[in-house]
Design a protein. Sequence first.
Length: 514
Amino acid sequence: MTLPWRYLPRTLCLETSSPRIPKKCPSPSLGAFWTSGTKLSLHTKPRMPPCDFTPERYQSFAYTRVLDIHEKHLSPALTTYFPEPLLLHQGHMEWLFDYQGNRYLDFFSGIVTVSVGHCHPKVNAVAQKQMGRLWHTSCHFFHPQIHEYAEKLSALLPEPLKVIFLMNSGSEANDLAMLMARAHSHNTDIISFRGGYHGSSPYTLSLSNVGLFKMTLPSGTGCQSTMCPDVFRGLWGGSHCRDSPVQTIRKCTCAPDCCQAKDRYIEQFKDTLNTSVAKSIAGFFVEPIQGVNGVVQYPKGFLKEAFKLVRERGGVCVADEVQTGFGRLGSHFWGFQTHGVLPDIVTMAKGIANGFPMAAVVTTPEIAKSLAKSLCHFNTFGGNPMACAIGSAVLEVIKEENLQENSHEVGIYMLLKFAELRDEFEIIGDVRGKGLMIGIEMVKDKMSCQPLPREEVSQIHEDCKNMGLLIGRGGIFSQTFRIAPSMCVTKPDADFAVEVFRSALIQHMERKAK
Ligand code: PMP
């Protein structure tokens, strides 16, 4: 394990495993921000993989009218990507088409949501059939779609996680999980990581620890943040801490089966337990990999120890699988499985229904009973026939098309290619992730680890879009690019994405050199 490398003496950055990195420290002059292996001015617009789908002709509002309506009638709190936001018209699997018929490779899938592909034919057919049969009943009546779905979903979770509550959004799911944790434990305090995001409802806002979403007015009470064990940007981290084919460029002196970074972060967790919460707590909420914070991974073994500490205090452990669930991480169907832990409550949304509003909380019979004793939980749309039919079709497609395996294979392939770019470009500080959840953290230089200024990241982002690649952003400083395509993507798609990203970085360097 090493000290944070922004504090390292300059000479320590000499070591590198990549033959493409020049064996010298980055010089502060602009010309040294890329390596000798990078060819300038030779980039051409990368060629998109073919797509045999033809979109319909756009026949709706003109762009200027859309802008006008947006400004006058839609929430000013909504943020859009790009100075000239994209007006999208149609989607087909991993592809999106704008109102002018331009095609984009969608590598963010509507914020990690379109799990099996835009307008997937099987999911569409099921939705259309159900639409003609029954849209809505209420929880006061039975309809077979909810029972079919409950049986299918529960089969994918280990014992004793077998009782399912259905609702419409990730925030609602985490709201309910907070109630459950408190009802079951008879305690109030809940802990979550700094940088963690669990929703924007008034209740979950107090769990989400991303400054941008924090209110100046008081939100819920009883939630405490604790240090995020971020092995790249955090205080400690080394070269074999995380569960990913790509490790940080920090050096490490730990033996293979020990992780001092994990031990130090656990000390911080204990500190929070000893100083900031009551002796008995309600629970701990955690994303197996942080999404909004820029695909942040924790040291291996951290969650196992943290869960034990939480349970010793009477709390329940909640895995927020809103982004990490449904096979996206490749090696496992659920993110908690990648940490070797068994949560008491699992929350899920986004990819659960490929973009149709749906969410779920899964828990043990015991915790479900504790909730039922405290209140009659009711949700008008939760578990409606449309959502359940679509959710069932999504589960079938993931299985039939081996999408978890595809996430694993294409994910590793792409991670390794992006890791090569990290070796090539000084402004890529870290490449991380698992399966099809990848983060690329942009820095001023590898030694300072300072975030690349937002406007520079935005320009690279825009350049990618102009070459036909849509990717996401994350991190407290919006410094991390997030890649989380639908799980149907192919290796040629990944090659195109890597090529576009590389071209955008070269364009960036050329701008800086002028
Ligand atoms: N949890 C996580 C991990 C999320 O990423 C999000 C949404 N970004 C939520 C909860 C909230 O979900 P929703 O926007 O559907 O309320």
